[in-house]
Design a protein around this ligand. Structure first.
Ligand code: ADP
Ligand code: MG
Length: 701
């Protein structure tokens, strides 16, 4: 029977039913194609040969050519071993076996050149190699063990059931003997291959398994990584293009009274250049015929709110309603009061809807939404409820995206006959590479500039034993009229313990900062919303000087007079969370501080996180470090992990290749959006087939 790539693995010579079963269960290898796509994890460099007189004590694995001149059994019982004298032109050493002696003794051929490979030990004045990896030199030249030797992924079960690395190598060798080379057809266009000097698909696939040199390997890896990233980018960009051409948005043709009056007369400050640029990008989207799907990234305090308001005013100018959704009640409330203040001179109907909105208020909101009197609705995910029906929703803004899922975004889409424009705002900067991979289907705007005159926050790391000094510092700041946050971790798995920490901390603070001189607020998740709100408001109004809290205050809260953020057990927070918390201070004119408190014992990762916080205030830099520490899957959650489930590329390490891939994918689609040019034939065929498969590598190659 002839073999092709779709042939089940059982039919490959040397793979019986039990091995096929193991391959399927342990490695997910079902077909010959899957086996070809089982890429090695690493390689052992067998391009170098040593002579016996070159051996060094404590050297790593070495490869030597020589002959076995004698073989004998030595020792008694448990100490029994087989020792062979191995010589080359420069000297003599020993090969030793403690197990399988009979089989070795029978199969070894004397005075014929062998290639042996392994670690050399120095013992009793001689080098020896125990259980060497060995083969006849004549076989070695035929086998793929010369050059770089692939090491395949393995599992405990595989090795215990005798499916060794060597066995996998043999199977893949067999596969390359049986499968026609033409089946490994080219997937990229001649232009791209030429421009990037890529090796052919065939060459890449063979060399990823059996490279003869480091250079061959590097070329194969580059080609396959590029290909993987290229087709992901192509899919994302095409999805975006198709979306734009298919889904009609509401064109906001004009910019009228609301916008102009506000912009000319009531703008409380001059926009930063970054804000101006972003407003322009959004205006352009809203004015076009397509539905906007834009992600607005801007570090904490970069001024996203005003951008949101200006976008809302454009919607209102065109007779549409707008809504703004925030992840927590506190945040929604804050947005509400901020926007009410800004909109005062414009006479706009704006209301707040959260879980704690009373029934009567709720009814009024529902009514005014449906008859169109209500122009702006601010709220929490209460906005997503089916009962919330708009007369004419034109723009939906989501603040702090990472708390909302894709499913919620799509609920907003359904709030009008045609989906409203969507603006997603996030204060957790996403590294460019990650944004490109995960949000390739969203357009991205970035506010990369803070409003002028901000003093950058000073961050320090202090150990628990320095607490007295820290308390003294708090007292000094309070005496200057400032306010302080003290934040405790609250992690679901250990909620009771964390809660105890918080209460203990609160008690110790009330002891060190006695009433009536000091007033202290406390806010945590186990409080009723109304109590939380009450405590929060006391702090906002300046009635309390110290706010003891869990991370409920993480996002959005704005108290410009608060100048110190103390984070307890800071080693237990993730980087982006630390950065978010720090963003609660530094909002006023005064110098602000962030103090990271920890115990003495810190893991390397914790140290990196703390040092990063101390060294930089730049959210994008912090996001890069975070990505390196946690990996993309962890950052984005499982929703998008499909996109990130890469087989060979790594969006952190292969950032440059990703940039190339995106550039070329864009370029190809710009010149040939439907991929119908003959020169893009390979790409089109691959893309089409890809659409049928979940896993890209089932198809590419
Ligand atoms: P974030 O991006 O974190 O949501 P905000 O929109 O809350 O930031 O803005 C943070 C603070 O900066 C607010 O007090 C806001 O009034 C102020 N602000 C925003 N843009 C500017 C600007 N261009 N000039 C001066 N202050 C600004
Ligand atoms: Mg904000």
């Amino acid at each position: 029977m002839s073999i092709n790539l779709q042939t089940p693995i059982d039919y490959l010579k040397g793979v019986g039913p039990s091995r096929a079963d193991l391959l399927r269960k342990e490695l997910g290898v079902f077909t010959c194609q899957d086996l070809i796509n089982l890429f090695p994890n690493r390689y052992i460099d067998r391009t170098q040969f040593y002579t016996i007189n070159q051996l060094q004590r404590n050297s790593s694995d070495v490869q030597i050519i020589g002959k076995i001149t004698a073989i004998k059994e030595v020792g008694q019982q448990r100490g029994k071993r087989l020792v062979a004298t191995f010589t080359d032109a420069t000297g003599t050493m020993e090969l030793v076996w403690f197990k399988g002696q009979k089989w070795i003794k029978d199969s070894i051929k004397l005075n014929i050149p062998y290639v042996v490979f392994g670690k050399c030990n120095w013992f009793a004045g001689k080098f020896n190699m125990a259980h060497p990896d060995m083969e006849l030199q004549s076989d070695h030249e035929r086998n793929f063990t010369q050059g770089m030797q692939p090491i395949y992924p393995s599992t405990e079960k595989l090795s215990s059931r005798g499916l060794s690395n060597r066995a996998i190598i043999k199977m893949i060798q067999q596969l390359f003997l049986e499968v026609k080379k033409e089946e490994l057809y080219e997937t990229l266009s001649p232009t791209i291959i030429k421009q990037l000097k890529l090796v052919s698909k065939q060459e890449a696939v063979i060399n990823i398994h059996f490279p003869k040199t480091q250079v061959d390997l590097a070329k194969a890896q580059f080609r396959l990584k590029f290909e993987e990233l290229f087709f992901i980018q192509l899919q994302l960009i095409l999805k975006n293009l198709i979306h734009k051409s298919k889904i009609k948005g509401f064109p906001f043709a004009k910019v009228d009274n609301y916008f102009n009056t506000f912009f000319k007369q009531h703008l409380p400050f001059e926009l930063t250049n970054a804000q101006k640029r972003v407003v322009k990008e959004i205006r352009h989207d809203l004015g076009s015929n397509a539905q906007m799907n834009r992600l607005l990234q801007g570090d904490v305090g970069s001024g996203k709110t005003i951008v949101a308001l200006l976008s809302i005013l454009i919607a209102l100018d065109n007779g549409f309603q707008a809504c703004l959704m925030a992840p927590t009640e506190i945040l929604a409330t804050q947005h509400y009061s901020g926007l009410v203040e800004l909109c005062k001179p414009l006479n706009i109907n704006i209301k707040l809807l959260t879980g704690s909105t009373k029934t009567s208020g709720r009814k009024l909101i529902h009514q005014e939404l449906e008859n169109g009197e209500l122009q702006i609705l601010i709220g929490t995910h209460a906005l997503l409820e089916d009962k919330v029906k708009f007369k004419n929703l034109g723009l939906a803004i989501i603040d702090e995206q990472h708390r909302f899922g894709v499913a919620q975004r799509s609920k907003l889409w359904k709030k009008n006959t045609s989906p409203p424009h969507i603006l997603v705002m996030t204060a957790t900067p996403i590294p460019r590479t990650l944004a490109m991979s995960v949000y390739g289907d969203l357009d991205i705007s970035v506010i990369d500039e803070l409003p002028p005159g901000r003093k950058s926050i000073k961050t320090v790391h202090r150990y628990d034993k320095n607490r007295l000094q820290v308390f003294k510092f708090i007292k000094d700041e309070v005496s200057k009229g400032r306010q302080i946050y003290v934040v405790y971790p609250l992690i679901q798995e250990s909620e009771t313990l964390d809660y105890k920490d918080l209460m203990d901390g609160y008690e110790s603070i009330t002891r060190d900062f006695p009433q009536p001189k000091y007033q202290i607020s406390i806010v945590h998740g186990q409080m009723k919303p109304a109590d939380k709100e009450f405590e929060m408001q006391r702090f906002v109004k300046g009635e309390t000087q110290i706010m003891v809290a869990t991370t409920v205050i993480e996002v959005g809260v704005n108290v410009p007079n608060a100048s110190v953020m103390i984070i307890e057990s800071a080693e237990r927070f993730g980087l982006s969370q630390l950065h978010q918390l720090r963003g609660r201070v530094g909002r006023g004119a005064e110098q602000s501080y962030c103090i990271l408190m920890t115990g003495h014992k810190l893991s390397d990762d914790s140290k990196t996180r703390l040092n990063t916080m101390v060294q930089t205030n730049d959210g994008f830099k912090i996001a890069e470090v975070d990505l390196k520490l946690r990996g993309p899957g962890d950052i984005m959650g499982t929703q998008q992990s499909g996109v990130l489930n890469l087989k060979i590329a790594d969006i952190i390490k292969d950032k440059d290749i990703l940039e190339h891939a995106r550039y070329h994918a864009k370029h190809v689609l710009k010149n040939d959006p439907s991929l119908t040019n003959a020169s893009n034939n390979n790409i089109l065929n691959t893309y089409r087939a890809l659409a049928k498969f979940k896993n890209i590598w089932n198809y590419i190659s």
